[in-house]
Design a protein around this ligand. Structure first.
Ligand SMILES: CC[C@@H](C(=O)O)C(=O)SCCNC(=O)CCNC(=O)[C@H](O)C(C)(C)COP(=O)(O)OP(=O)(O)OC[C@H]1O[C@@H](n2cnc3c(N)ncnc32)[C@H](O)[C@@H]1OP(=O)(O)O
Length: 314
């Protein structure tokens, strides 16, 4: 076959391949599918198996209030155990994330702990009972799925840290867009002291938040992060101080996040989506996602109303 015929055939095959790839990409939508889990049956993850095991460890709850303001409050509630995650709380966290994925008016989320402390990680009684490698890996995959979906919610999320955030509790803080800490609170990745590394996705997210050197210090040193150090390395986005005798840390956190959720829900949710794809996707995928999301707000009610107002951004 002559060279020019070879080149022609290669060009045709290349064009057909690109066309099929483009059709597949458009059909599947952007790589970050709503509620995109990391592990599925396709990679041997049998969720029903771990759900059954986690059911055997009851106690505590994950409470959720979806407010008129568009800001939801999620409470890690197991105060007798410093808000440690029992098995049923892990399952409830998955249910609450599913509810938030369906909340189309939502704009923000504050995750906090009951009784003035954040969360002391997995319930050690449950951990001891599923300490074999197989069950440990299944729990790890389950919690990675749930926390990845939490971070990917089209809501601006804040972890409000009061008291202590330890182990899995420190990992939970990294599954929010922002972290606010109260005076005297501490975030500590204690995993090394447990002979472990993070398993709920906390290491992967921590590197993206504070950089690999700081992540190494926090994990290899199991270093306590207080408000000053947290702000210095970028793990904390602010220290919550009570403005009056009546104010509460939760109220101050709501004021803080409200600065970013003011505006129509479709626009705020679109902002989170384009930042999320910029954070997670290769450039060209992120650009395509941005184009898709732009198309949902361009000429929409908020855009047309703003144009009619002849806005002046003082
Ligand atoms: C992927 C990581 C993940 C995993 O591997 O699955 C983990 O998160 S492993 C768990 C990591 N967390 C810990 O190791 C924290 C252990 N707890 C503590 O260090 C301390 O309790 C504290 C959180 C620093 C608080 O100390 P203190 O103020 O002195 O209170 P107490 O220690 O007396 O605690 C009160 C009460 O709560 C129970 N508790 C606390 N944390 C847990 C926990 N993670 N699991 C189960 N129970 C917990 C503690 O036992 C006390 O109960 P009583 O003994 O009945 O009084």
């Amino acid at each position: 076959m002559s060279y020019s015929l070879q080149m022609y055939c290669r060009m045709v095959l290349h064009r057909v391949g690109c066309h099929l790839l483009k059709k597949t990409h458009n059909a599947l939508g952007p790589p970050i599918r709503r509620g995109g889990a990391v592990y599925s049956g396709a990679c041997g993850f049998r969720e029903e198996e771990i759900r059954e095991k986690l059911q055997a460890f009851p106690g505590g709850s994950i409470n959720l209030v979806k407010q008129e303001s568009g800001i939801a409050l999620m409470t890690i509630n197991n105060p007798a155990r410093m808000n440690a995650f029992t098995g049923t709380m892990m399952l409830e966290l998955q249910d609450r994330v599913s509810q938030l994925e369906e909340w189309t008016e939502g704009k923000g989320l504050i995750v906090h702990g009951a009784a003035g402390t954040f969360c002391s990680g997995s319930d050690l009684n449950a951990v001891r009972a599923i300490s074999n490698p197989q069950d440990g890996m299944k729990m790890c995959m389950f919690m990675q799925n749930v926390l990845t979906r939490l971070l990917r919610l089209p809501l601006i999320s804040v972890a409000l840290v009061e008291g202590r955030a330890l182990g899995g509790g420190s990992e939970l803080t990294t599954a929010c867009d922002f972290r606010l800490m109260t005076e005297g609170s501490e975030i500590q990745f204690v995993h090394k002291h447990m002979g472990l590394v993070p398993g709920w996705g906390g290491a992967a997210r921590l590197v993206r938040i504070v950089g690999s050197q700081n992540a190494l210090k926090l994990l290899a040193g199991a270093r306590k992060v207080d408000t000053d150090y947290g702000e210095r390395i970028g793990l904390s986005d602010g220290t919550v101080t009570l403005q009056s005798a009546e104010s509460t840390a939760l109220g101050e956190a709501e004021k803080w996040v409200s600065a970013f959720t003011k505006g129509p829900a479709p626009v705020i949710r679109a902002v989170k989506k384009v930042v999320l794809s910029g954070r997670e996707l290769p450039l060209e995928d992120a650009l395509r996602t941005e184009k898709d999301v732009f198309g949902t707000v361009w000429g929409g009610p908020a855009n047309l109303e703003a144009l009619a107002r002849k806005p002046k951004h003082k």
